[in-house]
Design a protein around this ligand. Structure first.
Ligand SMILES: Nc1ncnc2c1ncn2[C@@H]1O[C@H](COP(=O)(O)OP(=O)(O)OP(=O)(O)O)[C@@H](O)[C@H]1O
Ligand SMILES: [Mg+2]
Length: 597
């Protein structure tokens, strides 16, 4: 079912740092360089305020508490309070600035991603699982925002704080500083090792989470089949496997978290013990003041937090690097079908279609083989042939959902590859086999947001194809809400809706791919008239397995394995007693007798 390996390979080996990616990413922060500058310039102020606090305590201890002097104590308390309050206020402001910077950057990246995804060609979506695209736009983008807000900027803040505290400690008392720092290598190596293990676990957690969401996504989409074929039990087992792996990975991550926390606590206590032992002795020897000792313990507490977080921030940056790589590779994916560099715009299109020696392959084996035919402007042509003969493929080539492998397709004598893609698609109106209904109102679904199409156009179109009959019965008529994928409509109603859609858009070339297959015979006969008006003044290509829609077309093209086998009017082809005749015998005879009855 779900191609889990595909999701897993999405997670490439993570690079620690990639200057090329970072440079490209930084370009997105350029429009907000004011915010970036502000957030960076606040960092030294925050560090300075944090640094000053233990020093005030030192002065209070040495100048007031030990010699029991009350004078000046009030001022020191005031300074201390002001330092703490100002630090907290600036931090708060800084947090807001950094968060908005992160959100602004990912806002524009998300926008670019979505716009880019919309431009990609059909072939891309056919080979890319939806889940992985969703991941790009949500999780990956989010990890970029995390990098801005709690990675890069605060990493710089941490480094400033660590260097500042170390400098003050050295100035206060070099020997005591060296004694306190003696614990740092142990702390650094220890946390790095623990983090290394953590990174592996967190990576596994991410992969398992992606698998869970892909699994759920596919199973919800296919829930009907699952329930009808009683696959629930089997699915439960499969899900349990992924869920179990995820569960175990999170347990391991929790263990690492607890371990890291305790390790840092113990290392911190050890450092304080060292200071108490060494500094205490020195103080008693009179080589050092009591205030310095107190200040050192305070500074140690302050330096441990950023050191502990240092490796966590590297992980955030590392994860973001991987996300950046995936995001940029998606942005760099060029659509297969591109607008020509100098698109030719035609004044008006009359709708003549030519296929010249067209061959096409989806990758392996030719699906269309050296096919040539011509449809005159205003002509109505039907394509028939067995399942898999290549009928839908032909019309995908006509609207440039795919480009031909060999030969060319012309509209009004112009190669469609040279035409503006917009003009081509505006003029080729298609009701595909797997049409799509969006959530929104009936009106939205027919007009699809095109401005020239107002309620009146929609009503006229719906009346012509007889869709108005069911629409008028709905509670809010043209403003009735349709649920996602049109679940509150029947298959036939959805088809009528997509017929009304193409009617309202009024294209010069009309393509119906099995457009009436789900409409009951009585309604179909009823809407025949409507469909006939749909054909007026335009070139039409109709693909239908049901005879009723194609019997009176100008010409029928019979396809077999991507080649034209027969061509002619209904009666001529029947007289030939060839492939069409056989198809007719197999498919339409029953229905003919039904219609006659
Ligand atoms: N996206 C795709 N990727 C790869 N192969 C495809 C794709 N779409 C269709 N094919 C293959 O191309 C061939 C022609 O498919 P096509 O959809 O054109 O048939 P059709 O004549 O429309 O059939 P039907 O009457 O069942 O709709 C089939 O063999 C099919 O397997
Ligand atoms: Mg088809």
């Amino acid at each position: 079912m779900v191609r889990l390996s595909k999701i897993a390979t999405d997670e490439k080996a993570e690079k620690i740092y990639d200057a090329r990616l970072m440079k490209r990413f930084l370009r997105y922060t350029l429009p907000y360089k004011g915010l970036l500058f502000l957030s960076l310039s606040l960092l030294p102020a925050i560090s300075l305020l944090a640094l000053v606090q233990p020093y005030i305590i030192k002065v209070a201890v040495d100048n007031n508490m030990v010699p029991r002097v009350t004078e000046g104590m009030g001022l020191l308390v005031l300074f201390f309070t002001m330092a703490v309050v100002t630090e907290v206020l600036i931090r708060m402001f800084h947090y807001y600035v950094v968060q908005s910077l992160g959100q602004k950057v990912v806002y524009s990246i998300r926008k670019e991603l979505f716009n880019h995804i919309q431009k990609l060609s059909l072939s891309y979506f056919e080979k890319t699982p939806v889940g992985s695209l969703l991941n790009r736009v949500t999780n990956d983008v989010e990890s970029l925002s995390e990098m801005v807000s709690s990675g890069v900027v605060s990493l710089m803040g941490d480094i400033i704080t660590i260097v500042g505290i170390a400098a003050v400690m050295i100035i206060l008392n070099l020997k005591l500083a060296l004694v306190s720092f003696s614990i740092l290598p142990l702390l650094l190596v220890g946390t790095l090792l623990i983090r290394k293990g953590m990174r592996k676990v967190y990576r596994e957690i991410r992969i398992k989470l992606a698998e869970i969401s892909a699994f759920i996504q596919e199973n919800v989409a296919g829930i009907k089949v699952i329930q009808l074929y009683l696959r629930e039990k089997k699915n439960e087992e499969n899900f349990q496997k992924i869920n179990g792996a995820y569960f175990k990975a999170t347990l391991r991550a929790n263990f690492f978290d607890a371990f890291l926390f305790s390790f840092v606590e113990i290392a911190g206590a050890f450092a304080v013990a060292l200071i108490l032992w060494y500094g205490g002795m020195k103080e008693m020897e009179g080589a050092m003041t009591f205030g310095v000792l107190v200040a050192f313990i305070e500074y140690l507490n302050k330096i441990f937090v950023p050191i502990k977080d240092l490796s966590a921030k590297f992980s955030v940056i590392q994860a973001a690097m991987a996300a950046m790589e995936r995001i940029f590779s998606l942005i760099d994916t060029e659509p297969d079908i591109k607008e020509p560099s100098a698109p030719l715009m035609m004044k008006e299109i009359s709708g003549k279609i030519e296929f010249n020696n067209v061959s096409f392959s989806y990758g392996r084996g030719k699906v269309i083989n050296n096919l040539s035919f011509c449809v005159d402007a205003g002509e109505k042509v039907a394509l028939v042939g067995a399942t898999g003969a290549g009928k839908s493929t032909i019309i995908k080539l006509l609207s440039r959902m795919y480009d031909v492998t060999e030969g060319n397709v012309l509209v009004d004598g112009m190669d469609i590859k040279k035409m503006s893609l917009g003009q081509l698609r505006k003029n080729v109106g298609m009701v595909p086999q797997d049409f799509f209904i969006f959530s929104g109102t009936i009106f939205d679904n027919i007009s699809l947001g095109r401005e020239e199409i107002d309620l009146n156009n929609v009503k006229v179109a719906a009346e012509k194809v007889m869709a108005s009959r069911f629409i008028e019965k709905m509670p809010r008529r043209y403003y009735s809400e349709i649920k996602e994928k049109g679940v509150n409509l029947s298959m036939g109603q959805k088809q009528l809706l997509s017929l009304a859609r193409v009617m309202a858009h009024d294209p010069k070339i009309l393509v119906l791919d099995e457009a009436t297959s789900s409409i009951d015979v009585a309604t179909e006969l009823y809407i025949q008239k409507g469909i006939r008006t749909l054909f007026e003044d335009r070139t039409s290509i109709i693909i239908a397995h049901r005879l009723s829609t194609i019997k009176d077309v100008d010409r029928i093209i019979v396809l077999h394995k991507g080649e034209i086998r027969e061509e002619g009017r209904h009666n001529e082809l029947l007289e030939k007693k060839g492939l069409y005749y056989r198809l007719y015998q197999l498919q339409y005879q029953d229905q003919e007798s039904f219609n006659a009855a």
